[in-house]
Design a protein around this ligand. Structure first.
Ligand SMILES: Cc1ncc(COP(=O)(O)O)c(C=O)c1O
Length: 346
């Protein structure tokens, strides 16, 4: 994200450096982050999380690895709706798991959603469904009804969910993020949630995410997890996380407003040049998912011609699309749209 850091985080980091907090994670910083993360879930999304159920990891990807290595039956497959955040196509193999991708589908009014039949067909008892909401790369923010329908399918299969909610703070147009674990008691039981302040407040480089357990069985399994899985989280990440959740709400709301106006600018400017190129409605995240399948050039060629760099949809499991990051100052968002539009139109 190429936008200013929240003043509270900047201040916290300066203070931490002045205090020489560059060693291992002090318990007070760890507890501050866990307590702040739990309080944020409650305040922002209405999810009553016990701080004792919040566990710090260096990243959300690490949280998924921890779930696969320590919290789920060995050898079960990972089911991944595609398009997906690129590393999710690789992490299962690193954990020695089979990856089963299932294509996403469209609702009657054209929104991208889950193909429940395909998910049901891919799930087996103990399988892990990776559910990203808000969704990278499409920008969808799933409704409680959609999530409940997924939970029913998962429950019927005796499967589990890794709920990646890293983009939860960034939702647009007055939407409210619904934590998957809150949609039913059964969902809470079968879920491990991975989240972080890293997207909303741009602190991914500080290496602090949260793994949240919400069911009795997971809590029991967590008790057997070796300490090493939390190793590597440092004081700067933990303190910045606590500052973000405790003191960063106004900054976040301003950032989300700015990102929403940037989204509108991008969509308008691209449509002015190439009105027939569809962009999936961006309900949250700061990603644009541009459908270039009707364009007679490769996604790589178009990026080179436009001199822009995004992610080729192929890497997300969906060739013919381009994923762009819009967390930029508005003049650059406009230029991005203009350059891409001109390259498509050439
Ligand atoms: C949906 C999603 N999950 C996970 C990640 C990676 O997060 P982390 O660096 O905490 O592993 C990203 C980063 O872009 C993401 O968009």
């Amino acid at each position: 994200m190429d936008l200013p850091l929240a003043p509270a985080i900047r201040r916290t980091l300066h203070d931490a450096i002045e205090q020489g907090l560059t060693g291992y994670l002090p318990p007070a910083a760890q507890q501050a982050a866990e307590r702040a993360a739990a309080a944020w879930q409650h305040r922002r999304y209405g999810w009553a999380v016990d701080p004792a159920d919040v566990h710090l990891t260096t990243s959300v990807l690490r949280a998924l690895q921890v779930m696969l290595d320590h919290l789920t039956p060995p050898g079960t497959p990972v089911v991944l709706p595609v398009p997906a955040y690129m590393p999710f196509l690789d992490v299962p193999a690193l954990a020695g798991r089979e990856l089963r991708t299932v294509p996403m589908t469209h609702t009657a009014d054209g929104a991208i959603t889950f193909d429940l039949d395909a998910i049901a067909a891919a799930l087996v008892p103990g399988a892990v469904l990776v559910l990203t909401n808000p969704h990278n790369p499409t920008g969808r923010v799933f409704t409680a009804a959609e999530l409940r329908a997924v939970a029913d399918v998962v429950d019927a299969a005796g499967a589990l969910v890794f709920a990646d909610e890293i983009h939860a703070p960034v939702v647009f147009d007055g939407r409210r993020h619904v934590p998957y674990a809150t949609v039913s008691d059964r969902a809470a039981e079968h879920t491990v949630t991975g989240t972080s302040a890293s997207k909303g407040w741009n602190i991914a480089g500080l290496g602090c995410a949260q793994l949240i357990v919400s069911g009795a069985a997971m809590r029991e399994r967590w008790a057997t997890v070796p300490f090493l899985v939390q190793h590597g989280v440092g004081p700067l990440g933990a303190l910045a996380t606590a500052a973000a959740y405790d003191e960063g709400q106004a900054h976040l709301d301003a950032t989300v407003g700015y990102l929403q106006r940037g989204r509108d600018l991008f969509v308008r400017r691209l449509a002015e040049v190439v009105p027939t190129v569809p962009v999936a409605p961006i309900e949250g995240t700061y990603l644009a998912w541009v459908d270039l399948r009707s364009v007679d050039r490769s996604v790589a060629d178009l990026q080179a011609a436009a001199r822009v760099r995004g992610v080729d949809g192929q890497a997300c499991g969906a060739p013919g699309f381009l994923r762009l990051n819009l967390a930029l100052p508005h003049p650059l968002v406009g230029e991005l749209a203009d350059r891409l539009g001109r390259a498509i139109d050439a």
